[in-house]
Ligand binder design. Structure first.
Ligand code: 5GP
Ligand code: ZN
Length: 137
């Protein structure tokens, strides 16, 4: 498998590992957005979050929860952004599912989730939008 994150998991590409269990591997991002920027990923190669089973996603986020608390304490954080770029259009550059934990401090001049995209769709039809989603659950 020619995947850099699979190679990080196997150890053929070195990384600064911070956590590992049966299903998850976490390491420091090589180009950190802020000090302590950590990547958490499933050991199983899966390209997109939307291709994961509920069980795999649940295991992944249980580890994100554990690791985020340690990152927060390690850097005495004021907060953090936790998120994923899902798909190339959303900025995913490595096609192996991963969650970013990005530490935040007051005054760091960073943005919020709301700064990622703003297509201004309006909110007149939220009931219809909710129905479209609910029909497919
Ligand atoms: P994405 O853009 O796919 O959401 O995130 C991929 C992340 O992986 C980027 O933040 C990038 O800096 C990081 N990354 C890419 N290649 C390597 C690598 O070889 N080692 C480490 N530690 N991080 C990497
Ligand atoms: Zn992979």
């Amino acid at each position: 498998m020619d995947c850099i994150f699979c190679k990080i998991i196997s150890g053929s590409i070195p990384s600064h590992k911070v956590y590992e269990n049966d299903s998850v591997f976490a390491f420091l991002d090589i180009y950190p957005c802020s000090e302590g920027h950590t990547i958490v990923m499933p050991k199983k190669h899966i390209g997109l979050f939307t291709e994961m089973t509920e069980k795999d996603a649940s295991d992944l986020f249980a580890s994100v929860n554990i690791i985020s608390k340690a990152v927060s304490r390690a850097f005495n954080l004021d907060g953090m952004n936790i998120g994923m770029n899902v798909g190339e259009v959303a900025g995913q550059s490595v096609p192996h599912v991963h969650v970013h934990i990005i530490p935040r401090k007051r005054g760091d001049n960073g943005g919020s989730m709301h700064s990622i995209v703003e297509t201004n769709p309006g909110n007149e039809n939220l009931a219809d939008i909710a129905d479209r989603i609910k029909e497919l659950l």
